[in-house]
Design a protein around this ligand. Structure first.
Ligand code: GDP
Ligand code: IMO
Ligand code: MG
Length: 428
């Protein structure tokens, strides 16, 4: 058996949570492989909205296991709050929510360091979610981190104190700011008691044994490929590998165990936080996308920047990930538009290209745009691909032709059932 992958092809918030929840029913295990509580994955089930930050989006489907994998960074305080919401909703997660013991822990002082680093950057700030992600991955690669498995070690307290002291020293380098470490630390320690009750596994053996037993695993990405630490719009990125390669390191599987790679893109594009965004619209069209798409961050509530879909950008992330299927989400957001645009190429120094430059921050990128007729009608109740308006089908066909990957699903609203699963074989 192989691990299928779902990941975002843009700058995050493509609707990964909704699609994972939909597909999860066909799997035995859903596993997060990177990122942490910077993620906000929204699910709308029976008119109730849930936002998951650390818990995999398969948790609302009965019976299957949800693994927080080795590559994830965990804040036990956030996780405790998420679990409390599952309790409120009556979700039975006992024995189904498990943690890989090599996943790293986010300390309160990691969050302070995140804030201090952002403040010091002034206008050049990344726009971090301030969840402590960067400093935690820095400690991981710097070989200083605390891992989930350490919480039962007799040396845990000592290790914690040493790391905290190191952080406090580092914080002295920055202009002073207010924080209540004593209170936050008490909360953090208390949350560890809840955390200890979650089963911990050796993630790499767990996943590989499950595959050997013929179990089906779905890996759930967080953030998007343009926020990848290596290939994203550096330095305006997150601190993990968000691309398919991150599944191998994040779960401990061989590259030969990767199956389908399902890439998700909105029918337009958004970004939250700073950094280059070639197709961003600073006008009323961008405003309308934000309004129609309710584009406000699921984790921070910040307004998302909006623009048209960017094909050079998508071609790039499809290449990086080896995408075998495309899912287009939020197509309904375009219902009100008379004209819809797609950037097919960039023009840099008067040269037309469909490749991304070395550093998008340094380049004056002009767009080659193609115009499409809007459908100007609601998609409510459309459940069959053939029932979509001709203009919407033409838009999807153009995406497939440019990107050379089949669109297998189209999402027409936030709710679980607002999804068109395409049967491409039957269409031809
Ligand atoms: P994720 O981080 O990739 O899981 O995405 P987010 O949850 O941060 O953001 C996606 C937002 O769009 C959420 O509010 C979803 O409820 C919503 N959403 C998902 N799919 C659709 C869709 O097809 N149409 C509309 N209108 N909203 C959608
Ligand atoms: P999901 O999984 C959108 C962005 C932040 C910031 C940059 C670095 O919901 O798609 P970090 O906190 O990681 O140091 O922030 O990355 N960012 C996201 N943007 N969706 C996310 O996750 C994001 N996670 C981080 O806004 O620009
Ligand atoms: Mg999100």
């Amino acid at each position: 058996m192989n691990v299928d992958v779902i990941l975002g092809l843009q700058w995050g918030d493509e609707g990964k949570g909704k699609i994972v929840d939909h597909l999860a029913k066909e799997y035995d295990i859903v596993a997060r492989f990177q990122g942490g509580p910077n993620a906000g994955h929204t699910l709308k089930i029976n008119n109730q909205k849930f936002v998951l930050h650390t818990i995999p989006s398969g948790i609302f489907r009965p019976n299957l296991i949800n693994l927080i994998g080795n590559g994830v960074v965990i804040d036990p305080v956030t996780l405790e709050k998420e679990i409390a919401k599952l309790d409120d909703a009556g979700v039975d997660y006992q024995g189904r929510l498990i943690v890989a013991h090599k996943a790293h822990l986010i300390l309160p002082t990691h969050r302070y360091l995140d804030a201090a680093s952002e403040n010091a950057k002034g206008k050049a700030k990344i726009g971090s979610t301030l969840k402590g992600i960067g400093p935690t991955y820095m400690d991981k690669t710097g070989r200083n981190g605390l891992r989930a498995g350490d919480i039962i070690s007799p040396n845990f307290e000592k290790k914690y104190q040493a790391l905290k002291e190191k952080h406090l020293k580092l914080l002295e380098q920055y202009p002073p700011f207010d924080f209540d470490l004593e209170a936050e630390e008490a909360k953090w320690m208390a949350s560890l008691e809840r955390f200890k009750q979650l089963p911990q596994v050796n993630g790499e053996y767990f996943v590989n044994q499950a595959l050997d037993e013929g179990k089906k695993i779905l890996a759930e990405g967080a953030q998007g490929s343009m926020l990848d630490i290596d290939y994203g719009t550096y330095p305006f990125v997150t601190s993990s590998n968000t691309i398919t390669a991150g599944v191998c390191t994040g779960l401990g599987i061989s590259t030969r165990k990767i199956g389908e790679v399902i890439g998700i893109s909105k029918a337009y594009c958004t970004r939250v936080g700073s950094g280059p965004f070639p197709t961003e619209l600073h006008d009323e069209v961008g405003e309308l996308l934000r309004k129609e798409g309710a584009e406000f961050g699921a984790t921070t509530g910040r307004p998302r920047r909006c623009g048209w879909v960017d094909l050079p950008q998508l071609k790039y992330t499809i290449m990086l990930n080896g995408v075998s299927q495309l899912v287009i989400t939020k197509i309904d957001v375009l219902n009100v538009f008379k004209e819809i645009m797609m950037a097919t190429h960039y023009s840099i120094n008067d040269e037309k290209t469909d490749q991304l430059p070395y550093d998008m921050c340094d380049e004056e990128i002009e767009l080659v745009l193609e115009s499409f007729e809007g459908w100007e009608t609601s998609l409510e109740g459309v459940s069959d691909y053939e029932e979509l308006p001709a203009q919407a089908k033409a838009f999807i066909k153009a995406l497939e032709e440019y990107l050379e990957v089949p669109v297998t699903m189209v999402s027409t609203g936030p709710a679980r059932q607002e999804l068109i699963q395409r049967n491409i074989q039957a269409e031809v």
